[in-house]
Design a protein around this ligand. Structure first.
Ligand SMILES: [Zn+2]
Length: 201
């Protein structure tokens, strides 16, 4: 799934805070946004393994939610939303495509690494690949909820994320070729530092 889709759903997780603790909502939205995006910071170092914890992040989220419910403060609520967004991201990636340069070919059997199971979970391909039309639809659904319920700032961020997503979806298949071309220009000593999927292996 696109990073922007994850960010949009991270923001959605903060919507209840707007209703219950509006004074904590800005920090909660920031936490949902960062938590939704953060796992993909491993894009170039063990992508969908180093920062993706589908099982452990979910386990840690449960007590954080309990803490936020029984000891609500800006920081406990933000922690719960941020962890929930990060675990939702890792779990959602299982329902996306595989870890390959052109995931629409459906050849990879790696979606997300589960540190708990000590193995790669295979892609379910409900969202066939990141940047697929259904990926945009999923992000769009989150944006509808954010625009309907959120404040002006949240609406602005949601619409900006949908705009970025739309451009990405339109260019998605061409980007794979561009990435491959750019990697082809790199001098040989740098190639070991390029993730395998960009080296056509
Ligand atoms: Zn991810």
């Amino acid at each position: 799934m696109m990073a922007t889709t994850h960010a949009l759903w991270g923001l959605v997780l903060a919507l209840p805070v707007l209703a219950v603790y509006p004074e904590s909502a800005p920090v909660a939205f920031a936490a949902g946004f960062v938590g939704g995006l953060a796992p993909d910071l491993d894009l170039y170092t063990g992508h969908r393994k180093t920062l993706h914890y589908p099982v452990y992040a979910s386990i840690v989220t449960a007590p954080a939610l309990v803490l936020a419910l029984f000891a609500p403060s800006t920081w406990t609520v933000a922690l719960a939303v941020g962890l929930a967004a990060a675990s939702l991201h890792a779990v959602a990636d299982v329902f996306g495509g595989g870890l390959e340069l052109r995931p629409w070919h459906g050849t990879s059997d790696r979606a997300v690494y589960s540190h708990y199971h000590d193995r790669w979970l295979s892609p379910r391909r409900v969202i066939r690949y990141d940047g697929a039309p259904e990926d945009l639809l999923l992000g769009g659904l989150a944006a509808v909820a954010l625009v309907a319920v959120g404040n002006e700032a949240v609406t602005g961020v949601a619409l900006a994320l949908v705009a970025v997503s739309t451009v990405y979806v339109l260019l998605r298949k061409r980007l794979a070729g561009i990435a491959e071309f750019l990697v082809g220009l790199l001098p040989d000593p740098l190639l070991p530092y390029v993730p395998a999927r960009y080296r056509g292996t």
